[in-house]
Ligand binder design. Structure first.
Ligand code: ATP
Ligand code: MG
Length: 403
């Protein structure tokens, strides 16, 4: 019964010159995400309105097609909500015919139970030539609904109705729809540039990647592993996480860095309790070099203040001071349950909880220091001959590891 899906985005944040760029990126992203399903649907865009239709016009979506379209739209950043709709000629008789089609399955569950169906009509008219005003359209359609289902079975509630029949009248078409579904909001991926996410196999860093995509960042991934001290399963997990995250964007690259050789130097030459901070400073330094080459504007981590020993304010400052590049930590104020909720929502949680060792835990000290001052970290690093060469070498190897 639906021959289109209407898409909405937040117009307030994107007034002025930004608007065209925003729409261009959004429509481009949607077309990319629908590419695999091109055979049956098409993304249209005119002045402030985006909608999806079957590729050959004049037919309705099948149930499974509609489900696929909605599944894709629920992963498009920049969209606020979407509504399966009946698109028809913008004249009142045809609009009423569309309501006769759209309304029965929506009202049936209430009427079958003998309950009053509480509803409202919401009309919007952007076509000022249309003979009826919005309010008049609403009155006309409410009258039609009463004729269809009997006034005694219905109640109008303009504020809290569980049933909303929407009607939008434009110059090109009128759309009739029943209800809308939430999309992820935020900004279209790519509209804010590119970032490099340090992706571990844990719960947090995939959630951090999601939060940055939501702010319009195209995401590449960098994972540190330590073969032979970490097993291949650790890297497989990260691959699966990146794959899951790439469902939300034009697929980002996944880089791998084998940190083990430098970790051995740190193990052999530096204070045991400072190891974790030293690993992480090395990770950031390598990441910064990779990000420069890959034209990323920032590093992103899943760190949250106070979560573990390496995430005390002091250690975060010491780790961050290893690089000049902007570091974004979108989860820094989240507690673990909030991180878990994001991970569950985006489907990374079941992958993250598969047990597998992380690079950070290789030769991990029994009791890691919670407060390593910068000068101590620098003193320890100075014990490693050719430290900067190590960083250069590992970054260069990483750049050729791209998947
Ligand atoms: P997560 O659930 O993301 O693993 P965590 O609470 O276990 O987070 P840490 O292991 O201290 O925290 O890591 C903090 C952040 O450092 C991670 O969120 C991630 O961005 C980065 N990180 C840690 N280990 C790695 C790794 N092996 N490869 C890439 N990045 C890593
Ligand atoms: Mg971790």
């Amino acid at each position: 019964m639906f021959n289109a899906v209407l898409c909405r985005y937040h117009e307030i944040a994107i007034k002025g010159n930004n608007r065209r760029e925003f729409e261009r990126q959004l429509v481009g992203n949607m077309r990319f995400m629908f590419k695999k399903q091109e055979a049956f649907c098409k993304v249209h865009h005119i002045r402030g309105r985006i909608w999806v239709e079957p590729a050959e016009p004049g037919r309705d979506f099948t149930g499974p097609e509609l489900q696929k379209v909605c599944d894709v739209l629920s992963r498009v950043f920049g969209l606020e909500s979407y509504s399966p709709a009946k698109l028809v000629k913008p004249d009142m008789e045809t609009i009423m015919q569309a309501v006769r089609e759209v309304a029965p399955p929506i009202f049936a569950p209430y009427l079958e139970k003998g309950e009053k169906a509480v509803f409202r009509i919401r009309a919007r008219r952007s076509n000022k030539e249309f003979p009826l005003r919005s309010k008049e359209i609403e009155i006309e359609l409410a009258g039609l609904v009463e004729t269809l289902f009997g006034g005694e079975n219905l109640k109008i509630d303009l504020d809290h109705a569980p049933i909303t029949i929407g009607c939008e009248v434009r110059e090109e078409f009128a759309a009739v729809f029943a209800g809308s579904y939430p999309a992820p909001g935020g900004l279209p991926v790519g509209s804010s540039g590119k970032v490099l996410v340090l992706l571990s196999g844990g719960i947090d860093s995939p959630a951090a990647a999601y939060e940055m995509m939501k702010r319009g960042c195209q995401v590449d991934f960098l994972a540190f592993h330590s073969p032979p001290y970490t097993p291949p399963e650790s890297s497989d997990k990260v691959r699966r996480l990146a794959e899951q995250l790439n469902r939300y964007q034009y697929p980002g690259k996944l880089y791998f860095c084998n940190l083990a050789p430098l970790q051995k130097e740190i193990r052999d030459l530096c204070e045991e309790r400072d190891r974790t901070v030293l690993y992480r400073r090395a990770m950031f330094r390598i990441a910064e070099k990779v990000a420069h080459k890959a034209k990323s504007g920032a590093l992103v981590t899943g760190e949250a203040v106070g979560q573990v020993a390496s995430q005390t304010l002091k250690n975060m400052a010491t780790i961050g001071s290893a690089v000049d590049m902007l570091i974004l930590r979108p989860l820094c104020g989240y507690d673990k349950n909030e991180c878990i909720r994001v991970a569950q929502k985006i489907g990374t949680y079941p992958i993250s909880i598969i047990p597998a060792p992380d690079s950070c835990t290789v030769f991990a000290p029994a009791s890691p220091a919670t407060s390593v001052p910068i000068h101590v970290a620098e003193r320890e690093e100075a014990k490693i001959a050719g430290y900067t060469d190590w960083i250069e070498k590992l970054a260069a190897e990483t750049l050729t590891s791209v998947e």
